[in-house]
Design a protein around this ligand. Sequence first.
Ligand code: SF4
Length: 385
Amino acid sequence: MKPPAPPQGVPELPAEAGEALLDWFRTHARVLPWRTTPRDPWAVWVSEVMLQQTRVATVIPYFERFLTRWPDARALAASELDDLLGAWSGLGYYRRARALHAGAKAVAERSEGSLPTTFEELKKLPGIGDYTAAAIASLAHGERVAVVDGNVRRVIARLLALRGALDSSKDHARIRAIATRTMGQLPPGAFNEAMMELGATVCTPSSPRCETCPVAAWCVASRDGLQRELPETVRRPALKTVRSIAIVLRRANHLLLARHGTDGLFAGMWAPPMLPRPIRADARRALTSLAGGALRWDDAGRAGEVRHVLTHRVLEVEVVACRVDGAEGLPDLSGLPSVATDYSEARWFSLSELDGLALPALARKILHASKMIEVGSEGGVSREG
Ligand code: SF4
């Protein structure tokens, strides 16, 4: 089948550039656990979701554990979201996990019980957008559709010296058209992966290695010395800073954690209770009752400060830690103003229960700063501290 004619105004790359890219990929592709032959659409889906905003080295152990536990979409659909959030703990961007769970449930409800095979049908699943649909359709099913992620956008911007931030949906469509045109009759999955690999390993954001690049002969940015200027970045407004106090309460071998409600950044996840800073008198009272009346506020020590950068804001969290006696009953959260969202419940967890619990990275940082227990960066929580 002939590739579609490019929309008006879409610059083209010569077919030789695509062929050179593919030759390079055949000998330089990294060995990664999701690059199986043939490609498993479920593994493509999981890996692409995990790789969004997260480094390959971080993703690999999570991916391997995930595929062992949930070898297909139906297995994940049959699991509780809490189990998935626990397994995702430390990987961050938990919306991805919730979307994957919703998508797996939708797959399980299909009469075939398997993933759709085309770009257009895949996009109908919850949590699957253009990028993931294109990756699954091209890598697992050979559909002629280009994947456009940050790596591909950067490579094409430099190859053709495209100006502007290239972050609007119109720019996105234009880059997809250029990539599709360059793909031509080459194998779609290999071409897409080669483009992403080039951006991840050679045409990197700050140190492009043009001297070893397989497509340098066709690259306008390299020819004109523009590779570090492109793609152009837009100046973004300064991130808003949100200040709060996290309270880490330990009773014998138990920690008090509160669960965020169903909306918001940390929806459904557990963390030490956080209050707006400066702390108000009513919050102090609520916190004292939260600890079953056992907390003497003056005994609570400032343990440290945590800074956590999110996409749109910076969280500065003062960590206060205290050991309490008593407080056997379930805590009452009424009257406790939370920072990010309303809490749905609170519980005393034994330290052995913390492994596998859905703790966001911020909660791990807070627990680490509290010095009440030892917390590893990827989910490990020591029994004693
Ligand atoms: S020649 Fe340099 S700037 Fe051009 S695509 Fe290759 S690494 Fe990127």
